[in-house]
Design a protein around this ligand. Structure first.
Ligand code: SF4
Length: 302
């Protein structure tokens, strides 16, 4: 928040007083969470993880797979209010099941409270590895406030094409904003991923890129940027094929899943650029990542 109580936590810079009104993300000053659960669907060095899925989002992508909770309007199916202490207590109860891995999912609009949540957890004698899972649309200033709180950054790099960033996420400045954010994350935790003897991550960065149907050119531009700005031999890149149209009214080409040829074009280019550290997916992932936040305990359990 700004010194005058207005919100500038993310690059939208809405400048609203969230005690009185919502900005673009739909969040008030209440801490609203849609699920806290042990999740096993992240990249292997992060599993299992206690994920806190915050309600609302500062991107509002029209194809969001978590649309049930990201809107923060009448469509939201699960939204629970917590104090910092209550949320920390819930995390502490689950943390032993994850071996201490704790993920904050889509948290830019609550970034000013993450340090307090982690402090509360630490006061209970637990020492989590903190993962910051982000759409990549982050303010560098806010990220700086998370230095020392976050151990592992898990950002998306969604677009290097301003037109589709505007069309799909209302953020024509996404390419330059995400580029600056990823550079700041790298400055804080390095451009690789450190793991212990059990293969569990404890510091670093994993960059995700979801390949969108009909937009392989954008994907190739994202790969080029990553190869130019990270050491491609040490960057852990998660190239995701799991896109599915979450609603029936999406415009083409977002109204279909990815083809094998589209995905292969992107993975082949990643290999040419030596971006081979990390993970790819089978196209069947399109059927496996469909969370349902109406399920009380775990939105990912079928
Ligand atoms: S966090 Fe929400 S209210 Fe604050 S600037 Fe971003 S979109 Fe606006």
């Amino acid at each position: 928040m700004g010194l005058d109580g207005t919100c500038h936590l993310c690059p939208r810079h809405c400048g609203v007083r969230r005690a009185e009104a919502c900005g673009f993300c739909g969040a008030t000053d209440a801490l609203e969470v849609s699920s806290v659960c042990v999740h096993r669907g992240e990249e292997p060095p992060l599993n299992p993880i206690v994920n806190v899925f915050f309600t609302h989002c500062n991107l509002q992508c029209i194809y969001c797979q978590n649309w049930q909770i990201s809107k923060g309007d009448g469509l939201t199916v699960a939204c629970y209010r917590y104090t910092v202490a209550e949320l920390a207590e819930r995390i502490c109860r689950l943390l032993p099941e994850s071996g201490g891995m704790l993920g904050f999912v889509t948290a830019a609009h609550y970034a000013d409270r993450l340090a307090a949540i982690v402090d509360e957890v630490r006061h209970s004698g637990l020492n989590p590895t903190v993962v910051y899972n982000s759409g990549g649309y982050e303010s560098v200033e806010t990220l700086r406030s998370l230095e020392g709180v976050v151990d592992i950054y898990l950002p998306d790099l969604k677009y290097m094409d301003s037109d589709i960033a505007a069309r799909y996420s209302h953020a024509p400045d996404y390419p330059e904003v995400a580029a600056a954010a990823l550079k700041e994350m790298k400055r804080q935790v390095g451009g690789g991923l450190m793991t212990d003897d059990d293969g569990r991550a404890y510091r670093g960065i994993i960059v995700r890129h979801l390949v969108l149907p009909g937009h392989t050119d954008n994907s190739l531009c994202c790969l080029e940027w990553l190869a130019d700005n990270f050491n491609p031999f040490s960057l852990h890149l998660s190239l995701m094929a799991q896109y599915f149209p979450p609603r029936e009214d999406l415009p083409a080409p977002l109204n279909r899943t990815l083809t094998e040829e589209e995905y292969r074009t992107v993975t082949d280019r990643a290999a040419e650029l030596c971006l081979t550290e990390g993970w790819t997916q089978e196209l069947t992932a399109q059927d496996n990542y469909r969370p349902d936040f109406t399920q009380e305990n775990n939105p990912f359990e079928k």
